[in-house]
Design a protein around this ligand. Structure first.
Ligand code: NAD
Length: 488
């Protein structure tokens, strides 16, 4: 019986994240028996809702985002609501009373998860109050789950961390990077460490370069107020892109424990070559989407979006070349690319192997390099690009693809990232959450780049919506004799 016992307190319970991701994920866990009798959820936010109104909203969320209502009354009966003002101690004292009542009612053994699904400026304040007002005085486990962004740069992240650590030790802090909950991101490790033929080739002798692309078709939508102060570097590179890079580049851990895996990832961040000053323009490219066409619809440029400064210099695209200065990776560029309003919605990793020493096959064409492609989203799977013999008399080669698709083999959609992460948190497994050392080192790397961009007076390069970014991104990689693989 692996059903969990805990109170889950959600701060920001009326918000978008709670509605789209957290409630559907909890419902899935419930349906699978991972949450049974001994769980309760307290939702808090500003609105003066009753328990009943909250439960109606839970049902709506499940109805719209899961498309099911089975056992919905039973499920939603575990949900309670408390109007809340994050800065007011009285609010927390009321919460504590309700928490204690539910603890008894559902035999929760004093276990508490505090999920902060709110604007980041409140993270520190809430953590302070949880301790000061006694919500952490409990006999069971206490876990604090924090959404992104964790800080705006190294300095603010350090401040936030210092504040949170006053109330929660590092082991109790679960910093969300929802990419780490994605099935194929978790699969990177398995592909590498459970197969005899990848790991021996996983180094600078056999790999020529690695490309990580995460492209979106959407524009900034309603997030401009936040995005204008963030941009793609902070929103995507500091966390998701660097996390994928760390999983690809890390040494095999001696054991699959949280501490061992995290410590190998931290070593990757420590080996990351700092890019600063004049080098920034050589290694990194930024861009901003202009008007263009997405799925045959005309769309406006970033500067014409709602709540965006008409002279905005915010980047909606980043491409970069990263070098990892250790024995395994010396000389192998890791190229990353991410942006909004690009041709496709997709996250993919392409591992390009080096050419074989000589080509015996006179095709009049070059042999295609071997590629291992890891499809993260929306499709999940791996593809191997090989050369095989063309049918017929002569010895001509033909590129072939070996394809494994996650969906096909499981027959059902793999669980949503948030479901996996909530499950892990309920079980005290912090492996797929980011440790403070990873956060600090990745901010340190990214800050050097934003510093240079912020001091640059030249106009930010533009790209038409519906393309794969500005021309400069092509040049970045062509200068090394490579090109971006735009595979589907
Ligand atoms: P949201 O604006 O939709 O919701 C914010 C919630 O906070 C609401 O429930 C609101 O009532 C509550 N709130 C705000 N001020 C309050 C106050 N003073 N006192 C009490 N409650 C207050 O935001 P969201 O999109 O759900 O995002 C929440 C967090 O999750 C953010 O850190 C965001 O960066 C992160 N996040 C969101 C998504 C997403 O898909 N929406 C994805 C990744 C990360």
């Amino acid at each position: 019986n692996d059903s969990s016992t805990s109170l889950i307190m959600i701060f920001g319970a009326t918000g978008d994240l709670a509605k789209r991701k957290l409630y559907p994920s909890l419902y899935h866990l419930y349906k699978k028996g991972k949450l049974a009798d001994h769980f309760a959820v307290i939702g808090t936010a500003r609105r003066p809702w009753s328990h009943e109104e909250f439960r109606e909203n839970i049902k709506d969320s499940i109805h719209s985002f899961v498309g099911a209502d089975e056992q919905i009354d039973d499920f939603s009966s575990h949900f309670y609501y408390q109007p809340h003002d994050v800065t007011d101690s009285d609010s927390y004292i009321q919460l504590k009373t309700l928490a204690e009542e539910l603890d008894t009612k559902y035999s929760l053994q004093g276990n508490r998860i505090f999920y902060l699904a709110m604007a980041p400026e409140f993270f520190g304040t809430i953590a302070d109050h949880l301790k000061a007002d006694g919500l952490t005085d409990t006999t069971g486990f206490k876990r604090l789950v924090i959404e992104k962004p964790f800080g705006h740069d190294l300095e603010s992240a350090e401040q936030l961390n210092a504040q949170i650590r006053q109330s929660f030790p590092e082991e109790e802090i679960y910093r969300i990077d929802h990419y780490l909950g994605k099935a194929m991101v978790q699969n990177i490790e398995v592909i590498r460490f459970a197969n005899a033929f990848f790991e021996p080739l996983w180094n600078n002798r056999y790999i020529s370069n690695i490309q990580i692309t995460s492209s979106e078709k959407l524009g900034v939508e309603e997030r401009a107020r936040y995005y204008e102060t963030s941009g793609a570097l902070r929103d995507m590179v500091q966390n998701h892109m660097l996390q994928m890079l760390a999983l690809l580049a890390m040494e095999p851990p001696i054991r699959l424990t949280t501490d061992e895996i995290r410590s190998e990832k931290v070593k990757v961040f420590r080996a990351l070559r700092p890019i600063e000053g004049n080098e920034v323009n050589e290694y990194f490219v930024r861009g901003q989407y202009g008007p263009g066409t997405i799925d045959k619809n005309e769309v406006v440029g970033y500067r014409d979006e709602m709540n965006v400064d008409p002279d905005s210099q915010t980047e909606t695209f980043v491409a970069g070349k990263l070098m990892i200065d250790n024995f395994r990776w010396a000389g192998v560029p890791f190229y990353i690319r991410t942006g909004k309003r690009m041709t496709t919605k997709s996250t993919k990793i392409v591992i390009q192997f080096k050419d074989i020493p000589m080509n015996l096959y006179n095709n009049n064409e070059q042999l295609q390099p071997n590629l291992l492609v890891i499809h993260i989203q929306p499709d999940e799977g791996i593809t191997l690009h090989l050369n095989a013999k063309k049918s017929g008399q002569n010895m001509q080669t033909n590129p072939v693809k070996l394809n494994f698709s996650n969906e096909g083999s499981n027959g059902i959609n793999t669980p949503e990232a948030y479901e996996k992460l909530l499950y892990d948190c309920l079980h005290g497994d912090a492996t797929n959450f980011t440790h403070w050392d990873e956060v600090a080192l990745s901010w340190k790397f990214v800050d050097k780049i934003s510093e240079v961009w912020e001091q640059t007076n030249s106009e930010i390069p533009k790209y038409a919506s519906g393309t794969m970014g500005p021309e400069e991104a092509e040049k970045l990689i062509e200068n090394d004799g490579f090109f971006w693989w735009n595979l589907n």
